[in-house]
Design a protein around this ligand. Structure first.
Ligand SMILES: Nc1ncnc2c1ncn2[C@@H]1O[C@H](COP(=O)(O)OP(=O)(O)OP(=O)(O)O)[C@@H](O)[C@H]1O
Ligand SMILES: [Mg+2]
Length: 256
């Protein structure tokens, strides 16, 4: 499938981003683009700095250096709420729902900063993408399956109609059948014009969805290029994973 590349500057540009944690630089001058209307994969072994990169883009971690450019403005070091209002939504790794509230209330909380009109449209859109949630609106979030909880986390990020969606670990803890359910929806989200950054433990899933891919290892970008090249040359990916002793095991996930 080809997705036409948006023209001009319709992208979120991360330039020379460095992040320190625990007195150590864990992300070193990372540069990558997240174009609108397509999926960009961010791969790499445990501890590579994927989550730190996403948290720094979202303003939850303060980057030591670098820029997060959108429409010619630099959003780096702004607070998370400001970055979200600029149209960047994040589903952090291990995102926690309000488990003692209902599905409806979890969606409502995410619409809080929006106008009534925007909230109604956002809720409608989220329930179109995840009809499973529509059937469970009155249920407590903690009663949902793992897959439904991930759908609700995605719905919460999508209600505000973001321009960019950064997903940290789409399939973590989910069965392959559930991952297969989510794949076409992520594709649909990108086709609607949203730029998606996808961090995903299963490289086959991420590379099946993505146009472009970046591999992080030891906080540095080791590969930036087309996802199809990385699919065809798995040794490029393996070398990054093997450096830290982690092997990428792929589940039995069929890529449509
Ligand atoms: N709260 C923290 N305090 C100090 N160091 C941290 C903290 N969280 C993560 N780190 C360190 O930062 C580095 C990057 O971690 P990060 O969580 O960004 O990696 P990751 O690529 O998301 O890994 P994973 O695949 O395991 O989720 C690691 O060396 C990690 O030990
Ligand atoms: Mg992580």
């Amino acid at each position: 499938m080809t997705i036409s590349r948006p023209s001009g500057d319709d992208q979120l540009s991360i330039e020379g981003l460095s992040v320190q944690r625990g007195g150590r630089t864990v992300v070193h001058e990372v540069t990558l683009e997240i174009p609108a209307g397509e999926v960009t994969a961010l791969l790499g072994p445990n501890g590579a700095g994927k989550s730190s990169t996403v948290l720094a883009i979202g303003g939850m971690l303060r980057p030591a250096t670098g820029a997060v450019r959108l429409d010619g403005r630099d959003l780096a070091r702004r607070d998370p709420e400001r970055i979200r209002r600029a149209g960047i939504a994040i589903v952090p790794e291990g995102h926690r729902l309000l488990t003692e509230l209902t599905v409806e209330d979890n969606i409502r909380v995410a619409t809080y900063p929006l106008s009534k009109e925007q909230a109604r449209a956002g809720r409608k859109r989220a329930l179109e993408l995840f009809p499973e949630l529509g059937a469970r609106l009155g249920n407590l979030a903690r009663s949902l399956s793992g897959g439904e909880q991930q759908m609700l986390a995605l719905a919460q990020a999508l209600v505000s109609k973001p321009r960019y969606l950064l997903i940290d670990e789409l399939s973590l803890g989910l069965a392959p059948v559930v991952v297969n359910r989510l794949i076409p929806t992520i594709r649909e989200v990108a086709e609607s014009g949203i730029g998606v950054l996808l961090i995903e433990q299963f490289a086959t899933v991420a590379l099946g969805l993505a146009n472009r891919a970046h591999v992080l290892q030891g906080g540095r970008i080791r590969y930036s290029g087309s996802a199809s090249e990385l699919r065809e040359r798995p040794e490029l990916l393996q070398s990054a994973y093997l450096l830290t002793g982690r092997h990428d095991a792929s589940p039995d996930v069929a890529l449509p």
